[in-house]
Design a protein around this ligand. Sequence first.
Ligand SMILES: [Zn+2]
Length: 121
Amino acid sequence: MFHTLNRHTPGIVTQARTGHGHFGEYYYTHNIREPATCPCGAELQTREHIVFECQTDEQHWNIIDERASDYQLATLFGTKAGIDALAEFVKMRKAFQKQKARAMREPDEQKAIAKPQMSHA
Ligand SMILES: [Zn+2]
């Protein structure tokens, strides 16, 4: 069953509930040099996006659907069924955790600007 949470999960659930954690909106509002975008292409990765909207999480939606069927964060973060669903979602999806694949890279545009001008003499 789904009641074998690893020991990091409760902390991450708390972070998600309080709005502190590894997701784009948090990076954006705290001026953290990490992408505010979602890997799916959404411009701002909010908590609502991650748990209710993100196309990359489609296979995990049923976890949320069953227990927060009104699609409100208040239900997900404020009811026992919702929190259970969130914990399960976090564990399966590794949501709200630091993603190595999302490591910051220098944008290509900066390299282009820095490139010395070629002379065609
Ligand atoms: Zn997304």
